[in-house]
Every structure is written in C-alpha cells, then in structure tokens.
Design a protein around this ligand. Structure first.
Ligand code: B16
Ligand code: MG
Length: 217
C-alpha cells in the first residue's frame, strides 16, 4: 500500500535547536534579557514570531512592531549563517536509512515543519531529493497543535489523513498528528511524548519490520 510519511524537521531530521539557541541567546543578550537552555526547550516547534513574543514576555520587555521586525531579522540572519555551514554530517542518526527504505518501497515522503528556513536546510544536508512535498512556516497560518501543517502535507500528495504517519519531537506536533487522525510517532523521551501512538529514542531504533507493518496496515 502507499502511505504518506510526514517528517518534522528540527529535532527529527536535524538538531537545529542548537543554532536557534545561540541566535536567540545573542539577541536576548543584546536586549538585556536572560535566555537559558530551558527557555530554548520551550521554543521547539514554536514559530519565529511567537518565539520572540515569548522571550520579550519572559524578560518583561515591550517593543513596537518596527523594533520587533528588526529583532526578527537580526535573529534570523545569525541563524542563517549557521545553516550556511551545515552539511550531510548533521543529519540525525538513522534518518537516511529510513528515508532510503521508504523511497525504495514507493512511499510518499513529506516535510511538515514550522520553520521558514526548511528548504535551505534540506538542501545543505542533501536531503531535498527525498521529499515529494514540503509544507513549512511559509505555508501555514495555524501553528501546531493545530493540524494544518500536516493536513496540507497530506493534500499535496493526495493522501487521506488516516493513511499518514507523522514523526515528531514536540508535544504540540504529536497532538497535531492525533487531531488530524494520523499515526503519531514520537522521536524522543517517551515520558514527554506520552500522547504519541509509538515512541522511539531515535531513528536507529525504528526497524524495517516496523515500517513494513505501518505500510501494510
Ligand atoms: P524559523 P520544526 C521549528 O522547527 C523549530 O523547532 C523552532 O524552534 C523554530 O522557532 C521554528 O521552527 C521556526 O523556525 O525561524 O527557521 O522559521 O520543529 O517545526 O521543524
Ligand atoms: Mg521539531
């Protein structure tokens, strides 16, 4: 059977959170706000605009729209400088094997990410050719846990939601997949991603037999 496998980007395919962290921390510092690793955790899967709003809230800083736009540009420019230096070695372990297996078995492969920089990241890491469709922060108006990003992904490859399988590292992303009636697979800690139908520490733990079962169902 042909199924559609939808991958989140940050935390699933690559660990770009470490670059987001440095860029947000430098911006926060320049504004005079403290920004820790724990703060950064809370921004996973959250859009750029919303992330800035949260950081300003945490630091009790008010700013007008024009200032916010400038800060968003400043943050993204620094983030893009990191992306520029990315390559294949940054793809998380096991991911390429799973993509290869799905491709060989004629499955749809779709990206469903909140990032507006998804395409350059897939290009830099040499993964773009695996994807039949990409839905990212440029396409979506409602953030996860709203299922919009995944529903758009299904639509792009003419799949029905119940034939889709989502790989996600964020709680909101798992909720979005569940709301969409897709099979949700958490990548990360099972105690955090307890709403996921299945959970794996990383892609090396996902066997071909498990994937075959998902395809057969
Ligand atoms: P950008 P995902 C998300 O990616 C990141 O987890 C989140 O930290 C980031 O703020 C968001 O993308 C927007 O990224 O600034 O590149 O548009 O996990 O949805 O793939
Ligand atoms: Mg993610």
């Amino acid at each position: 059977k042909q199924k559609t496998f939808i991958f989140d980007l940050d935390g699933v395919i690559v660990d770009t959170a470490k670059y987001h962290f440095i860029a947000w921390q430098n911006l926060a510092q320049s504004i005079g706000i403290q920004f820790t690793h724990e703060d950064n955790e809370q921004l996973k899967g959250v859009s750029r605009v919303r992330s800035l709003e949260l950081i300003l809230e945490w630091g009790n800083v008010q700013a007008n729209q024009e200032q916010k736009e400038l800060w968003l540009v400043q943050k993204n420019e620094e983030y893009l400088a990191f992306i520029e230096k990315m390559n294949e070695t940054e793809v998380l372990k096991g991911v390429v094997n799973v993509l290869e297996f799905l491709k060989q078995n004629h499955q749809n492969i779709v990206l469903g990410s909140a990032s507006k920089n998804a395409k350059p990241i897939l290009e830099k890491t040499n993964l773009l050719h695996y994807f039949d469709a990409i839905v990212d922060g440029n396409d979506v108006t409602n953030a996860k846990p709203d299922p919009e990003v995944f529903l758009q992904g299904a639509k792009k490859v003419n799949a029905v939601a119940t034939d889709c399988i989502v790989f996600e590292d964020s709680v909101a992303g798992i909720q979005a997949a569940n709301v969409a009636q897709m099979t949700s697979i958490g990548i990360g800690e099972v105690n955090v991603l307890n709403e996921a139908q299945f959970c794996f520490q990383n892609f090396t733990q996902i066997s071909e037999d498990f994937l075959k079962e998902l395809i057969k169902k």
